[in-house]
Design a binder for this molecule. Structure first.
Ligand SMILES: C[S@@+](CC[C@H](N)C(=O)[O-])C[C@H]1O[C@@H](n2cnc3c(N)ncnc32)[C@H](O)[C@@H]1O
Length: 360
């Protein structure tokens, strides 16, 4: 029986949220199926009852709004009981039987303890599988879709595909970033990843550069400020805690020991960024107030999610922002460098930019 559905990779421990989003998209498309989400696996899937609904599921709106997915693929099959002595032959047979050809192969495993144990096997299988798929004509330079073979066990794999424009350009949806040795905290990687994942190249060129201004609420010790300074942006860093002295020496940073919920800028700024550890609804309301009053042109902030009903909390916060700032564009994602939190980019007026899904 043909298998059809969608697969997402997510942070381990957030499978329930990712599966809930998948089911919501399928529900909106009016197709029936069931969501799979093994806790701790780092992946979630939605399998259609009727493979004939594949196109309707694929074309459903809402994929660009997935918050907990790092990447999203179409599911085309599952292979089990791969023999240890030759896993390649049954994989090639299963792939040759699909009515699809692929431009490239990515052999992957999930970002979870079990997935990481399979990473070595994925590396070992890559070359022999690629060669065999080439010979079998499954890999074809004229094709556009990328084949993602996701190892789910030593003897099992999910066969998935995605157009490059609709899935992440990074294996597993994880941009591998190097921690800059002069940055004051590892949090710096969250903002760097947000710039990469939530904005396209043109937006980065227009929105990050000399002459721009930012307020960083909850700035200490300065990891986010460091990223803004790296782009020559002038920053007012608001935090009662100490900032890294070298950052203050840059001449671009003014440190204010103040309450981030009370501080207001004298003049509108280009960016509000906020990484305060606070109730997400309080942060959402604060950001909404800044945007509605025109105190900033755009905002990038974290919503911390230590609670059980994380998806519900996110929905509530995003709704609050939409209600307070009509016409707002929100791009929300749990980034690789986010732990129990998500990152949101808020743009008060709809930009002409491509959708964030295209940046996955
Ligand atoms: C996660 S840390 C920020 C890390 C920072 N983004 C970085 O990259 O180094 C959270 C910060 O929020 C600050 N904070 C919490 N509540 C605050 C408030 N009401 N006003 C200002 N800062 C606050 C804390 O002092 C703490 O330094």
């Amino acid at each position: 029986m043909p298998v059809a559905g969608r697969v997402v990779l997510c942070r381990a421990g957030f499978e329930r949220e990712a599966a809930g989003e998948l089911a919501a998209c399928a529900g909106a498309a009016g197709v029936a199926g069931f969501a799979r989400a093994e806790p701790g696996s780092g992946l979630a899937g939605f399998e259609l009852h009727d493979a004939g609904d594949r196109r309707a599921l694929h074309n459903a709106t809402g994929w660009s709004g997935l918050v907990f997915a790092r990447t999203v693929w179409d599911l085309h099959g599952r292979v089990q009981e791969l023999p240890t002595r030759d896993r390649v032959t049954p994989l090639v047979e299963a792939l040759r039987a699909l009515p699809l050809r692929f431009a490239d192969l990515r052999l992957e495993s999930a970002d979870s303890p079990a997935g990481r144990r399979l990473a070595g096997l994925a590396r070992t299988l890559d070359r022999p599988l690629r060669t065999a798929l080439d010979r079998a004509g499954v890999l074809d330079t004229g094709a556009t879709a990328i084949l993602h073979v996701l190892l789910t066990a030593g003897d099992a794999a999910w066969l998935c595909a995605a157009a490059p424009a609709s899935s992440s350009p990074w294996p597993g949806g994880i941009p591998r970033l190097r921690f800059p040795s002069s940055a004051p905290s590892r949090s710096t990687l969250k903002l760097e990843e947000a710039f990469l994942v939530l904005m396209d190249e043109g937006e980065r060129a227009r929105w990050l550069g000399p002459g721009l201004s930012a307020v960083d609420l909850g700035a200490a010790p300065g990891g986010w400020t460091w990223q803004l300074v790296r782009h020559s942006i002038r920053v007012t860093a608001v935090d009662n805690g100490p900032m890294q002295p070298a950052l203050l020496d840059s001449g671009l940073v003014k440190h204010l020991r103040a309450d981030g919920f009370r501080y207001r800028p004298a003049r509108p700024v280009d960016w509000l960024v906020c990484d305060m550890v606070e109730q997400p609804r309080r942060v959402a309301a604060l950001v909404a107030g800044w945007l509605a009053a025109g105190r900033c042109r755009r905002a990038l902030f974290n919503l911390k999610l230590p609670m059980k009903k994380r998806r519900e909390e996110v929905t509530l916060c995003l709704e609050l922002l939409r209600r307070s700032v009509p016409g707002i564009t929100l791009r929300a994602r749990q980034l690789y460098h986010d732990r129990e939190e998500i990152t949101v980019l808020a743009l008060p007026r709809a930009p002409r930019a491509q959708s964030p899904r295209a940046l996955r």
